[in-house]
Ligand binder design. Sequence first.
Ligand SMILES: [Zn+2]
Length: 314
Amino acid sequence: MNSLRNSIIGHEALFNAWSKLISKESLEGTFLFVGPSGIGKIKSTFAMIQQVLCEGELDQACGQCGSCLRVSQRQHESVLHIQAEGASIKVDQAHDVLHFCQLRSLSKKRFVIIEEAEKLRAATANILLKTLEEPPHGTVFILTAASTTSVLSTIRSRAKVFKFNPLSIEDMQKHQVGPDWAILASQGRMDRLTELVENQNFEFRKSWAHFLNQLLTSDDFLSQEAWKDLVKNREDLKMGLSFMLSMIRDASFLYWNEKDVLRNMDLRDDLKKLSQMPMEKLEVTFVKILELQKQQAFNKDAVLSFESLYIGLR
Ligand SMILES: [Zn+2]
C-alpha cells in the first residue's frame, strides 16, 4: 500500500512548503487551498493530512499504518470533512465544526476540511470566524475554494493561502495519465482528463476523425453543413484540434509500419484511410492545425479557418 502522496502528480512546491511547516512544528491555523476544481486540492489535502497523522517515524506517510489507512479511507477520527449539501454550507454543519473542536483530541493533530468554502455564506461564516482566526491548539483548518476572491474576505484574511496551479503538460505526459490529445485538451485538470477519456471520448473522437477525413478527401467539403456545427463550439474545437494532431501523428507512424506507438488504435479504420494519403499532404495539414492551435483561432471564425485550410490543400 502506497501513501496518498505517491498517487498525486505535481504540486511539488506545496508539498514542500507543507513538509517544512511540519518539520518546524509550525503547522497550525487556517489554510485556504485555492485552484480550479478537479486540480487535486482535496486529494492533496488528504495526502498532507496523512503525512501528519502517520504513526511511523518518517517524515513521509508510510501508507500502511492504521492511521494512514483510516485517512486514505476517509474515516479518520481526527479528520472532519465538511462538504456543502447543495448551494451552501448549512448552519448545522458549522455547529458540527464547533462541536468537533470541543472534543478531546486523540492524536497529535486534528483537521477540519471545509470543501468549497465559497459556499460559506455570511451567517454560517460568522459562527466560525473566531475559531478560524484562532483554532484550538492542535487543530488545523483547511478550506478549499476555486479562487481567493470567491471566498468571504473575513475568511480570506484569516487564512494562509496555498495556490494550486494546473499541472504542466510535461508532468502529465511523464506520468502517462492519459492519451496525448486528452492531456493537451485537459489544460492541467485531472477531472477534465478523466471526463474526456471516459465519457465523450469515443463518439467525440469518431466525429473529429470523420471531419479530418472529409477535410482531406471530400470534393464537396465546402458545401457540407454537418462539420460547421462541429467546429463552432470553442471547447470542442480545442480538443478537436489536439485530437486531429494525434491522429495525423498516428497515421504517419502507421505509414512507416510502427504500430506499437499508436495512440488511437480504436479508430484503426480511420487511421488506415489517413495513412494512405500522400504524406506531404498530412504534413501540411499537421502544420496548419498547429498554427490554428497557436493562434488560438478559436476567437476567429473557425468555419472560415477550415474553409481556407481546405482550399489551401487542394
Ligand atoms: Zn503511516
